[in-house]
Design a binder for this molecule. Structure first.
Ligand SMILES: [Fe+2]
Length: 182
């Protein structure tokens, strides 16, 4: 094994993160305006995905659809901008259609963020987005240097099975605006 990887794994375990971060929850793509359906058809052609949910994010001029394989996680989420100035379209113009983030389900997001901040991990927002009352709390890390995708930490409450709430999605998408422009 690579020495740097072993060192990091030990650190993570010692910090308690292996008990707090549970599994991959969803993989989120951002694709070119007008190519959302094509992207989903392309994936459905390779894997027997079924359509799950579609959301329109009016204020961000974007539409997000989710597909899933049987009843298993991770869900695949595909977003496309509906106008040139949409944060999604700006991102795709800069980086191409690609995976934007991998979201991991955690069982105590406050703790995860507290530990990771202490370890020097940076996030796109100062605070966690959402609340227990809304059924979901989430936060994005800055993109990785090597593959330029974000890691999302997500915690769900009650029977909430979505990927964001109408208020959350605006904040979340807005939080990556700077990255699209960078
Ligand atoms: Fe997400």
């Amino acid at each position: 094994m690579f020495p740097e990887v072993i060192k990091t794994q030990e650190e993570i375990k010692e910090a308690g993160l292996d008990k707090l971060i549970i599994k991959l929850d969803h993989i989120a793509y951002r694709v070119k305006k007008g190519e959302g359906e094509k992207a989903m058809a392309e994936l459905a052609n390779l894997v027997p995905y079924k359509e799950y949910k579609t959301f329109k994010v009016a204020s961000m001029n974007a539409v997000t659809s989710a597909i899933k394989l049987h009843d298993t996680l991770p869900v695949i989420v595909v977003s496309e901008g509906l106008s040139e100035d949409s944060v999604v379209e700006q991102y795709v113009k800069k980086f191409g259609g690609r995976i934007h983030h991998l979201a991991y389900l955690v069982n105590n997001i406050d703790k995860v963020v507290e530990i990771q901040r202490k370890r020097g991990v940076q996030f796109t927002t100062d605070s966690i987005i959402g609340s227990e009352k809304e059924g979901i709390k989430q936060i994005f890390t800055l993109p990785t240097d090597t593959a330029n995708h974000i890691i999302e930490y997500i915690q769900r409450f009650g029977d909430f099975d979505g990927f964001f709430t109408p208020t959350n999605i605006n904040e979340l998408m807005k939080s990556t605006e700077r990255l699209g422009e960078a």
